[in-house]
Design a protein around this ligand. Structure first.
Ligand code: ARG
Length: 272
């Protein structure tokens, strides 16, 4: 009896070791087998720090880190290119681009042409003016030259206040160009997303600029990841985004770029 037991235990032990090592090997193999992981093409407009900007020839920023984490959780790789805003939008519509990430606000109008992931960031428009400007709110911009990035919610907000074809609203192709217009004196104010306005002012102390907020005339918005209408990626990325929100990865990325803790619960309650 005693002999058999020892033998059985030994055989069991050996088979356990064998199975465990086989499992370990299997996991390693799939982990390094990148050829089975699909790489999705991603478009962005990378003059929108801290969300996306060019750093040593590479697109960098909060959106890049977040998309990498979400894509990984969904089982994909991503290739993010600085396509520009309009080509990104067009590319997703014609199927040459799988995903857009560019601090893109989820709104009704866009939802008729595209699909969005669940919200991943809360934003609101803000005004950037020269340090000695007397502008105190959005209404004070009346009659003044305003710069916006073409096709953005900054443009929509300015048009809502001062009329669609208002000659005082100048539309620029990139976010950076609208700030350049402010520096050149071509416009007196820029209307853009608050985190971008704050970052620009912080990074350019020599430009004598300041932000002016207006929570009355501007309304909160949420950013989403953009997909072609009907894309199978939406459901997968929504699930992966929730994983990243729940497992602390989102918090880690948020703290890296904004230096403070995000309110993950508020973000999750914004999901419909
Ligand atoms: N959130 C705004 C919008 O969706 C502005 C986005 C601009 N993004 C950029 N990468 N330039 O209209």
């Amino acid at each position: 009896m005693k002999k058999i037991n020892v033998k059985t235990v030994f055989v069991l032990l050996i088979s356990c070791i064998f199975i465990l090592s086989a499992c370990g090997q299997g996991a390693k193999e799939t982990g390094s087998n990148s050829s089975s992981v699909k790489t999705l093409s991603v478009g962005t407009e990378a003059t929108f720090a801290p969300f996306e900007f060019m750093d040593k020839g590479k697109v960098s920023g909060f959106d890049v880190d977040l998309l990498n984490a979400v894509a990984k959780a969904a089982g994909y790789k991503v290739d993010i290119k600085n396509t520009g805003w309009d080509p990104m939008m067009a590319g997703i519509q014609n199927g040459s681009i799988d995903i857009g990430i560019a601090g893109i606000t989820i709104n009704k109008d866009r939802k008729s042409t595209y699909d969005f992931s669940n919200p991943y960031f809360e934003s609101i428009n803000m005004i950037v003016v020269g340090k000695d400007s007397t502008v105190e709110n959005a209404k004070d911009l009346k009659g003044k030259k305003i710069g916006v990035q073409n096709g953005t919610t900054g443009q929509m907000a300015a048009e809502k206040l001062f009329g669609k074809n208002n000659k005082n609203i100048s539309k620029y192709e990139t976010s950076a160009m609208s700030f350049m217009a402010l520096e050149n004196g071509d416009v007196e104010a820029v209307v853009t997303d608050n985190a971008v306005a704050n970052e620009y002012v912080k990074k350019n102390p020599d430009k004598n600029v300041k932000t002016v907020d207006d929570k009355t005339n501007f309304s909160p918005e949420y950013y989403g990841i953009l997909f072609p209408k009907g894309s199978e990626l939406k459901a997968k990325f929504d699930k992966a985004l929730n994983d990243v929100l729940d497992n602390g990865t989102y918090t880690e990325i948020y703290k890296k770029w904004f230096g403070v803790e995000p309110d993950v619960e508020v973000l999750k309650s914004a999901q419909k």
